[in-house]
Write a protein that binds this ligand. Structure first.
Ligand SMILES: Cc1cc2nc3c(=O)[nH]c(=O)nc-3n(C[C@H](O)[C@H](O)[C@H](O)COP(=O)(O)OP(=O)(O)OC[C@H]3O[C@@H](n4cnc5c(N)ncnc54)[C@H](O)[C@@H]3O)c2cc1C
Length: 425
């Protein structure tokens, strides 16, 4: 079955994935001579860096998600299709999707990554990942439901397990979740649940390496750790989590922790689409590409962002899996596709590292820029400004700004709602 997309005399570029890389590429090609087909399993772009605020009831999911159709309302050459792509038939220049087959002249994989549980079946079953806005919402629901259950629990150990929260992975996501929850323990939760004893609640951050924020500078790691400790987070470094049965976290060298909420932020693995030669699939499912993002051995298939593995002198193991890499690769690929179809030479990608940052809580953030590193209130302001400016949609920006300002003044967000679809009988 062929998917219904009008064939024109324009060359067709199919972009799979409307994350940071795919969306940038589609936007850059939206006034070009290509027919662009943007395919995503969701009908919206998700701003992953703020998932943790949805998970901790700081923002509504709609504030960090943006419908593709709104972005491309005025771009007549861009066709959005909500579908899941399952297979590439490179010999026939065709992909198989949940809405049928679609032919392409150029195919771009911008499919990003998913949570990596490293094969631990129990973690897959009981731990909570945060790789989509719906997973972030699910964490919010679970935390709030557990507090409701704690209110009626009669057994003290059970009550504590319902109140404790364990976060595995001390990267930016783990640090941000832990810091926010520790702040909520001090501010809003005791007001919502005055009948609960919050000295029972413990926020644990378990990190397998010797420092949190290992991808940032040592000073940023040290400062972030101190911020977390000051907020009351129990930070364990070199912690090896062996198992979790939904009630108890087992570690190699430390006592077990009882919790009903374990947030897993300890690794990612590339999303997979069948059909490519196994030789191009590398570590973490990343796809080997040359310096123009063309997949090795293919003439018209490219990969960008988290899923792509491009090795160069500065990044012999590939670029970091961050938004800026995806955005910059999307931007250059748009230029290169235009060059390619005009018979010109494509340019090689050179990553411009704009720096990295993470926030731990109110007035507490760490920023590493190429020439300067700073922490504290100013870093926090910079973090907020950069994130606000990166959000798609003026209304979303405004909404988030109002939310943050309200939260700053009142210490109290009123988004702690347990919203779930009704299950059919
Ligand atoms: C919680 C969290 C916090 C983060 N914080 C930061 C941060 O502060 N700064 C930073 O730089 N980076 C951060 N990142 C990483 C950053 O979000 C990624 O590097 C970036 O999203 C990669 O962009 P991408 O375009 O490669 O893929 P993605 O943005 O992941 O987009 C992939 C898209 O492909 C779609 N897709 C996947 N498979 C299929 C399929 N088979 N069929 C159809 N559609 C498909 C998905 O629905 C998705 O829309 C964070 C990530 C997470 C999870």
């Amino acid at each position: 079955m062929q998917a219904n997309i009008n064939k024109t005399n324009q060359k067709r570029v199919i972009i799979i994935g409307g994350g940071f890389g795919g969306l940038k590429l589609a936007r850059e090609l939206s006034s070009s001579n290509f027919q662009v087909v943007l395919i995503d399993k969701n009908n919206y772009h998700q701003f992953q860096p703020l998932f943790y605020q949805v998970a901790t009831a700081g923002l509504e999911p709609s504030a960090i998600s943006f419908p593709f159709r709104k972005v491309f309302q005025k771009a007549s050459n861009v066709h959005v299709r909500v579908a899941e792509v399952s297979r590439i038939d490179a010999a026939a220049n065709c992909i198989q999707t949940s809405i049928g087959e679609i032919e392409y002249d150029y195919l771009i994989l911008a499919i990003g990554a998913d949570t990596n549980f490293f094969g631990n079946q129990n973690m897959m079953k009981y731990a909570m990942p945060m790789k989509s806005v719906s997973e972030a919402l699910s964490i919010r629901n679970t935390i709030l439901e557990n507090y409701e259950k704690a209110l009626v629990a009669s057994d003290e150990q059970e009550k504590q397990a319902l109140m404790n929260i364990v976060i595995v992975g001390g990267g930016p996501t783990g640090v941000e979740v832990a810091g926010t929850l520790a702040e909520m323990k001090k501010t809003v939760l005791p007001k919502d649940y005055p009948e609960l004893d919050f000295s029972l609640m413990q926020v644990h951050l378990l990190e397998g390496s010797g420092r949190v924020l290992a991808s940032m500078s040592e000073i940023a790691s040290e400062k972030a750790k101190q911020y977390l400790i000051d907020l009351g987070v129990d930070v364990s470094l070199n912690a090896r989590v062996i198992d979790y049965d939904g009630n108890t976290v087992t570690l190699t060298d430390s006592p077990a922790i009882h919790t009903r909420t374990l947030v897993w932020a300890a690794g990612v693995i590339g999303n997979k689409i069948e059909g490519l030669s196994p030789e191009v699939i590398s570590r973490g499912n990343r796809i080997l590409v040359d310096k123009t993002n063309k997949i090795n051995g293919y003439s018209n298939i490219f990969a960008i962002g988290d899923i792509a593995l491009m090795k160069d002198e500065t990044y012999p193991n590939g670029h970091p899996q961050v938004a800026q890499v995806a955005i910059q690769q999307g931007e250059l690929l748009a230029k290169n596709l235009k060059a390619l179809s005009a018979g010109k030479v494509m340019k090689e990608f050179k990553y411009k590292d704009l720096g990295s940052m993470a926030t731990v809580g109110r007035n507490k953030a760490v920023v590493d820029l190429p020439k300067i590193k700073f922490q504290g209130f100013f870093a926090w302001m910079v973090w907020m400004f950069i994130h606000l400016m990166s959000i798609v949609g003026i209304k979303n920006r405004l909404l988030i700004f109002i939310n943050w300002a309200w939260n700053y003044i009142t210490y109290d967000q009123s988004l702690r709602l347990i919203i779930k679809p009704k299950t059919k009988q």
